[in-house]
Design a protein around this ligand. Structure first.
Ligand SMILES: C[S@@+](CC[C@H](N)C(=O)[O-])C[C@H]1O[C@@H](n2cnc3c(N)ncnc32)[C@H](O)[C@@H]1O
Length: 283
């Protein structure tokens, strides 16, 4: 399917505003690599478990989790066929991971048969795009053994702060990004609702923690990388923002350049908080 048609299809399906282009596949893998030091830090996985990763995309995080926990067996559930196919293709070049990772194409709201008895669940950067997150989490409960751990990590858009501050243009672009996500049925602030959502969905012993991403002069290389990453993330939705009248063609590249430039400044600071929530499947 031509990329433009694909892109319009998702925009219209109002679910995933970054779309499913090949450029987005590359961006997701790069995102998994750059954010891995934060998202995979101190994950409460024993390592020898059967893990169900939900909304696994092209498998960027899946591969990293499999490397980090060499005994983990991962089933990676993704509803978008092109992303699932990309995950399968990547595994062809990594036979040692292929033995422990099984991508499955399917939708949480229409679960494929046979997904049962998992010891742990992992969902990251997915609920922000889901219009019924509580039903999503409740539907998944049946895939796990009693006492299994569910790990959910999500965005908290308002927490993004830089020093120096973004220009008014940059702040406006970022606000538009958050507005568009809401307009498309997602929730860019869903992080701080994760505890309530897991509770509503019937999970027990729910714990929530704020995960801080703070890069400054102590690590200029990491700071540059995260600023540049943020610019690319914002630029990746430029087409949708233009289509909805939030900005003009070229604004994505402009905001990306601004963020890259901030990352190079000697005393700049990048700050963002995402949220990790843990819950247990009732015994
Ligand atoms: C932002 S991507 C994140 C992918 C991956 N977790 C990562 O961090 O690289 C969100 C993914 O969730 C998938 N997704 C959303 N709703 C889903 C559902 N109901 N069932 C299965 N996958 C879903 C989307 O297709 C998309 O690939």
């Amino acid at each position: 399917m031509p990329e433009l048609v694909q892109k319009l299809l998702w925009t219209n399906s109002m679910t995933y505003f970054h779309g499913y282009t090949s450029a987005e596949q590359i961006r997701l893998r790069e995102q998994a690599r750059i954010l891995g030091r934060y998202t995979h830090h101190s994950l409460p996985l024993r390592g020898d478990e059967k893990l169900l990763e939900v909304g696994s995309g092209v498998g960027g995080q899946t591969a990293l989790l499999a490397q980090l926990f060499p005994k983990l067996r991962i089933t990676a559930l993704e509803r978008e066929r092109s992303s699932h196919d990309a995950a399968l293709l990547a595994l062809e070049n990594q036979p040692e991971l292929a033995q422990r990772v099984q991508p499955v194409c399917g939708d949480v709201f229409d679960l494929p048969p046979g997904l049962a008895g998992f010891d742990a669940g992992y969902i990251c950067w997915v609920l922000e795009h889901v219009s019924e997150p509580s039903r999503f989490l409740a539907t998944l409960r049946g895939c796990f053994r009693p006492g299994a751990t569910m790990i959910v990590q999500e965005v908290f858009g308002q927490s993004f702060r830089t020093e120096p501050l973004l220009s008014l243009f940059g702040q406006d672009y970022y606000s538009s990004y958050l507005c568009l996500q809401k307009e498309l049925g997602g929730d860019p602030e869903i992080g701080f609702r994760l505890g309530a959502l897991l509770d509503e969905a019937g999970y027990e012993e729910v714990e929530v923690s704020a995960q801080v991403v703070l890069e400054d002069q102590r690590s200029p290389r990491r700071r540059q990388e995260i600023f540049t990453y943020m610019g690319q993330l914002l630029a990746s939705v430029e087409d949708s923002l233009v289509e909805k009248g939030y900005c003009q063609a070229g604004d994505g590249a402009k905001v990306a350049a601004e963020l890259t430039e901030l990352g190079a400044q000697e005393e700049s600071i990048f700050f963002y908080t995402f949220v990790r929530a843990l819950g247990r499947v009732p015994k």
